[in-house]
Design a protein around this ligand. Structure first.
Ligand code: COA
Length: 155
């Protein structure tokens, strides 16, 4: 398995992995369950757009894990040089490739990138209904710093 920088032609596969991986746990899907389709766009559209936004904003911080030309998963990062704050907005591994350490290696790769960029700290978040993140992130050294409640109002 190798980890390389993401290129634009990877995006459709990254979105496929994302939509499959976040089915049932996506924040945007929670909203849809309560309010239905909003503005004619479903949660898949909104979640896919996050990947485009990560790539457009900071392509050099988006990484893909691959084996024999097959994409296993990906991770995206953001940097705020003024605050010294790095962020990991999105991470997913293809269902068929999970449980083999790919997610952990992607996190380590992202952390090395953010350190090299001079970030003083890094933040990642997970939904309360996602037990994997709550196990994986502390085991990579992340410490819980707060819990947030999300509210939405249909207009
Ligand atoms: C989270 C995700 C990226 C992990 O990828 P992965 O390649 O399977 O990760 P790894 O193999 O490196 O490690 C997974 C860890 O989670 C643990 N894990 C797996 N399923 C779990 C579960 N249901 N509950 C708790 N821990 C679980 C594994 O045991 C492993 O921990 P260990 O190394 O201490 O044994 C992958 O499961 C995924 O894409 N999930 C859907 C999308 C998602 O949740 N993304 C993160 C959003 S916050």
């Amino acid at each position: 398995m190798t980890i390389r920088t993401c290129i634009e032609s990877d995006l459709p596969e990254l979105k496929r992995i994302t939509l499959e991986g976040f089915e049932g746990i996506a924040f945007d899907q929670n909203i849809e369950r309560q309010f239905g389709i909003l503005n004619g766009k479903d949660w898949r559209w909104r979640k896919s757009r996050h990947i485009d936004e990560d790539f457009q904003t900071y392509p050099q911080g988006c990484f893909v894990a691959e084996e024999d030309g097959v994409i296993l998963g990906y991770i995206t990062t953001r940097v705020d040089h003024e605050a010294g704050k790095g962020r990991i907005p999105n991470l997913a591994v293809d269902a068929a490739a999970r449980g083999k350490g790919t997610g952990r290696k992607l996190i380590e790769h992202a952390l090395a990138h953010l350190r090299a960029e001079g970030m003083a700290f890094v933040m990642i978040e997970t939904m309360a209904n996602n037990p994997i993140g709550q196990h994986l992130y502390p085991s990579c050294g992340f410490v819980e710093t707060g819990r947030q409640i999300h509210y939405a109002l249909k207009l």
